[in-house]
Design a protein around this ligand. Structure first.
Ligand code: ASP
Ligand code: MG
Length: 431
C-alpha cells in the first residue's frame, strides 16, 4: 500500500489513517467553492489519508426547498418534506464527486441511506440509531474517496429521514465514530470557535481547544458553529472534532475529551441568544401533575423549553406562577399547545414576552472556583442590566435579560473575565 502515514514504524504495514471532512453550505455554495472543496479533499488523500467527506446542501438550498414545500401546502406532509429536503445534500455530493474525478482521483457519492445511516422514524428531526458502514469501508478499500450526503438517513421503516437543521454535522460525527476516523474536520466559513461572537466583541479570541462539555454548553446556549446533537454524539463516542475555515489552512478549534485538553482557564467563553421568548402562566393549581401537563404538551409540540422557574404560591388558593423561555420561533406553536392545558388546569392567565435574550458564561474551570456567579451579577448590575431569570450548570451560568441589552452584556462579561486576545496565554492545541 502506498499510503502509510509518515509515523509508521519501519517494517510494519499500518492501516492508513482515515479522516472525515465535513463542508458546510457556504463552503460548497457555487461551482468554484465545490472545486475548492474537491481540491482540499484530494490534498488529504494525497497526504496518505483515506477520506470520507460529508457535504451540506449548497448555500440557501434547504431554505429554498422548505419555501417550495410551503408554496404547495400549508403544512407539508413530513415524510414528503424529508424526501424533498434530502435532495439538497445529494446535489452537493454528486457535483463534488465529478470535480474530484476530474482531479484524477476516484470518488463515489452516496446518499445517507446508501451510506448505512439508520434513524428512528421522526421525520424532519430523526435521530441516528445505527451506522452500517460496510459500503463506505468497501469503497475506501477500493481506494475511492467517499462523499456522503449529510443531514439524512433511512428510518427503521425504510423511509428517507432528515436529522434537523444543521444535521450534516451529526452525519459527519456519526460516520467518524463508525469508521474510527482519527478526526472529524468541520470546514466552515469561520475560523473556529471564538470566546464570544466576533461581530459583537471585536477582540474575541479564537479558542484552540475546548472540551466536549464546554462545547455542549456553548452550543446549547447560542454558539452556532456546531449542531448540539453532533457535539453530544462526539462526546458519547469520543470523536475528536476540528472546526476550521474552508478558506485557509490555519488550524481552528479542537473539541476533545477533557483528559486530552490541558488545564483550562476559569472561564472560556461568553455565548448569547437574542431571539428568545418567555411564557408565564399565572394561577397554576399547586398540585402534582400540573407541571407535567404543561411541559408534556410543549414537548409533544416539539417546543424546546429552556430556563424554567416556578414560584411557590403566595397564599392559599392563589396558585403558582410558572415561567419559562423558548426560542422565539417556537412561540406560536407553544401558545397553541398550551391553550387546552391552561383551560383544563384552570390557569388564571398566560402572558408572553417576545423581547427576551440570554447571556451565558461557560468554562470547565468554574467547577472548582467560587465567586464566578457573583462576578457575573456584579458586572451586569454595573451596566444597569436587570437579570430576569438565572440558570446554572456546573460549568455554565446563564442570565435571561431584555434582548436589547444582549450585545452590551456580552461585551461587559467578556471584558470582566479578561477573555480577549492577550488576556489569556494561548494553548498550543491538543496534547
Ligand atoms: N442543509 C441542512 C440545513 O441547512 C443541514 C446542514 O446544513 O447541516 O440545515
Ligand atoms: Mg451548519
Amino acid at each position: 500500500m502506498s499510503t502509510s502515514p509518515a509515523t509508521a514504524a519501519p517494517g510494519t504495514v499500518p492501516a492508513p489513517a482515515t479522516v472525515v471532512m465535513k463542508f458546510g453550505g457556504t463552503s460548497v455554495s457555487d461551482a468554484e467553492r465545490i472545486k475548492r472543496a474537491a481540491r482540499r479533499i484530494v490534498a488529504q488523500r494525497e497526504a496518505g489519508r483515506r477520506v470520507v467527506a460529508v457535504l451540506s446542501a449548497r448555500g440557501q438550498t434547504t431554505d429554498e426547498l422548505i419555501a417550495m414545500a410551503q408554496e404547495v401546502s400549508a403544512s407539508p406532509d413530513r415524510r414528503e418534506l424529508d424526501m424533498l429536503l434530502s435532495t439538497g445534500e445529494r446535489i452537493s455530493c454528486a457535483l463534488c464527486a465529478m470535480a474530484i474525478n476530474d482531479l484524477g482521483h476516484r470518488a463515489i457519492s452516496l446518499t445517507g441511506s446508501q451510506a448505512g445511516i439508520v434513524t428512528d422514524t421522526s421525520h424532519t428531526k430523526a435521530r441516528i440509531l445505527d451506522v452500517r458502514a460496510e459500503r463506505i469501508r468497501e469503497a475506501l478499500g477500493e481506494d475511492r474517496i467517499v462523499l456522503v450526503a449529510g443531514f439524512q438517513g433511512i428510518s427503521t421503516s425504510r423511509d428517507v429521514t432528515t436529522l434537523g437543521r444543521g444535521g450534516s454535522d451529526t452525519t459527519a460525527v456519526a460516520l467518524a465514530a463508525a469508521i474510527d476516523a482519527e478526526v472529524c474536520e468541520i470546514y466552515t466559513d469561520v475560523s473556529g470557535v471564538y470566546s464570544a461572537d466576533p461581530r459583537i466583541v471585536p477582540d474575541a479570541r479564537l479558542l484552540p481547544v475546548l472540551s466536549f462539555e464546554e462545547m455542549l454548553e456553548m452550543a446549547a446556549s447560542g454558539a452556532r458553529v456546531l449542531q448540539l446533537r453532533a457535539v453530544e454524539y462526539a462526546r458519547n463516542h469520543g470523536v475528536r472534532i476540528h472546526c476550521r475555515s474552508s478558506f485557509d489552512s490555519r488550524p481552528g478549534t479542537f473539541v476533545l475529551g477533557e483528559q486530552e485538553t490541558m488545564e483550562r482557564p476559569l472561564i472560556t467563553a461568553v455565548t448569547h441568544a437574542a431571539d428568545e421568548a418567555r411564557i408565564t402562566l399565572l394561577g397554576v393549581p399547586d398540585r402534582p401533575g400540573a407541571a407535567a401537563a404543561i411541559f408534556g404538551a410543549l414537548a409533544d409540540a416539539g417546543c424546546n423549553v429552556d430556563t424554567i422557574i416556578q414560584n411557590e404560591p403566595l397564599g392559599e388558593g392563589r396558585g403558582a406562577e410558572v415561567s419559562f423561555t423558548i426560542p422565539r420561533e417556537d412561540l406560536a406553536a407553544a401558545e397553541l399547545a398550551l391553550e387546552p392545558v391552561a383551560r383544563e388546569l384552570g390557569v388564571a392567565r398566560v402572558d408572553t414576552d417576545r423581547q427576551i435574550g440570554k447571556v451565558s458564561i461557560v468554562g470547565a474551570g468554574m467547577r472548582s472556583h467560587p465567586g464566578v456567579a457573583a462576578n457575573v451579577f456584579r458586572t451586569l448590575a454595573a451596566k444597569g442590566i436587570n437579570i430576569e431569570m438565572i440558570s446554572t450548570s456546573p460549568i455554565k451560568i446563564s442570565c435571561v435579560i431584555r434582548s436589547d441589552f444582549v450585545p452590551e452584556a456580552v461585551r461587559a462579561l467578556h471584558g470582566a473575565f479578561d477573555l480577549g486576545a492577550g488576556g489569556i496565554e494561548p494553548d498550543m492545541g491538543p496534547r
